[in-house]
Design a protein around this ligand. Structure first.
Ligand code: CA2
Length: 144
């Protein structure tokens, strides 16, 4: 059976491509999804690509990853990365490897972005490569 990877995107990422291209690049989330799907086809992986602005929905999707036997999760939790103990608890609860993904490198930005709750549970972090972060993270998921 083809392994399935969840690619979960958090708040405001639906607006990508509309501002701050110097930080986030010019790709829209649809552009990133297309690149991820092309790379996944090369790697023989199936992709379930989603975005929500709601913290609890991300928690529910992490639980779903466990229930469905998903192979790995790429998670760009947006600003919830820096605030959400609920996401950390979910990551630790599900027993599915989660790779933290960021377009920018939060550690080189404002101090409030330097701490990551998601990172305390993730198996890896890939950041600072724009859309390329998702592709490198996908390669890492394939290698798991
Ligand atoms: O660099 C990343 O991928 C972030 O997860 C993006 C989040 C930010 O809060 C994190 O610290 C780092 C912000 C997403 C905002 O997305 C937009 C970007 C440009 C235009 C509209 C939305």
């Amino acid at each position: 059976m083809t392994p399935t990877i969840f690619v979960l995107n958090g708040p405001n990422l639906n607006l990508l491509g509309t501002r701050e291209p110097e930080i986030y690049g010019r790709d829209t989330l649809a552009d990133i999804e297309a690149k991820v799907r092309a790379k996944a086809a090369e790697l023989g992986l199936a992709i379930d690509f989603r975005q929500t602005n709601h913290e609890g929905v991300l928690v529910d999707w992490l639980h779903e990853a466990r229930e469905r036997g998903i192979s790995a999760v790429l998670l760009n939790a947006g600003a919830y990365t820096h605030t959400s103990i609920a996401l950390l608890d979910a990551i630790k609860a599900i027993g599915v490897p989660v790779i933290e993904v960021h377009l920018s490198d939060p550690e080189t930005r404002e101090p409030f972005r330097h701490h990551s709750y998601v990172g305390l549970g993730a198996v890896e972090v890939v950041k600072g490569l724009g859309a390329g972060s998702y592709l490198v993270a996908l390669e890492k998921a394939a290698a798991l």
